[in-house]
Design a protein around this ligand. Structure first.
Ligand code: KIV
Length: 278
């Protein structure tokens, strides 16, 4: 089976089929989520938090996105692969966005890039689309603007903020984005946007009315019990079993029960020959 294209994803909206998107940051996780049948894999700059341990995504570099994008691409067979453009790799000018997105497309093998921002990002989106680069837009809570927004807060509450968000979503569609992530948006507003937009909406903390959903793989799998925002459902709780497995390994090494005979190699030629071989 070939990787899903932008046309496949747009057809899913037309056929009222929900789109399941999840993040991945390395080839192993990419292989697993791809095997589970996700429609889209996002190499999110959330890796600045869940992989690098930062408190936000601002420090992530283009080189790091290229590195993780390339790793993930090696594990994907069926899902559509999109890679985030990190903070300050596209905000300066459409030319800068073209150079950054071009590099990501050439060096990772992904099929699209994601950019944060509404009307203000529209000129960059348009330049990429004109160059043949499919774009996923991202409005609502845009984590690269966390300081400007005063924290990780729900956006679009109240009439003025909702109107601005609608303008942003329409602007990215008009600029040519083929789908749009809605992050931390009131459910009714996200439902209205999903009805008004021709392109699929992918929600995270945006209620039940979106055309698809995205979650960070670490959150979905319950890898960090310290982090459980309202919009996350843990579909597994893997933190404790992972710690338990590694504790068992540590114990086995310490008590000498690992490695056992079945993990050992032998050479029937005997010590004299082995001295020469090794
Ligand atoms: O970086 C990321 O993982 C994202 C998703 C949460 C939408 O942007």
């Amino acid at each position: 089976m070939a990787q899903k294209t932008v046309l496949d994803l747009q057809k899913m909206k037309a056929g009222s089929q929900r789109i399941a998107m999840v993040t991945a940051y390395d080839a192993t996780m990419a292989r697993l989520v791809d095997a589970a049948g996700v429609d889209m894999i996002l190499v999110g700059d959330s890796l600045g938090m869940v992989i690098q341990g930062g408190t936000n995504t601002l420090a992530v570099t283009l080189d790091e996105m290229v590195y993780h994008g390339r790793c993930v691409a090696r594990g994907v067979q069926n899902a559509h692969l999109t890679v985030d453009l990190p903070f300050m790799s596209y905000q300066i000018s459409p030319q800068q966005a073209l150079a950054s997105a071009g590099r990501v497309m050439k060096e990772t093998g992904c099929q699209s890039v994601k950019l944060e921002g509404g009307a203000r990002t529209a000129p960059a989106i348009q330049a990429l689309v004109e160059a043949g680069i499919p774009v996923v837009a991202h409005v609502g809570l845009t984590p690269q603007s966390v300081h400007g927004l005063g924290g990780f807060r729900v956006q679009g509450r109240g009439k003025d903020a909702a109107d601005r968000l609608i303008e942003d979503a329409l602007a990215v569609q008009e600029a040519g984005a083929f789908c749009v992530v809605l992050e931390l948006v009131p459910a009714a507003l996200a439902t209205e946007l999903s009805a008004r937009l021709a392109i699929p909406t992918i929600g995270i903390g945006a209620g039940v009315g979106c055309d698809g959903q995205v979650l960070v793989c670490n959150d979905l799998l319950g890898l960090d019990s310290r982090f459980q925002p309202k919009f996350v459902r843990r579909f597994a709780t893997l933190e404790a079993p992972i710690i338990g497995a590694v504790q068992a390994y540590v114990e086995a090494v310490r008590d000498g029960s690992f490695p056992a005979e079945e993990h050992s190699f032998h050479d029937k030629r005997g010590p004299a020959v082995l001295a020469r071989v090794y």
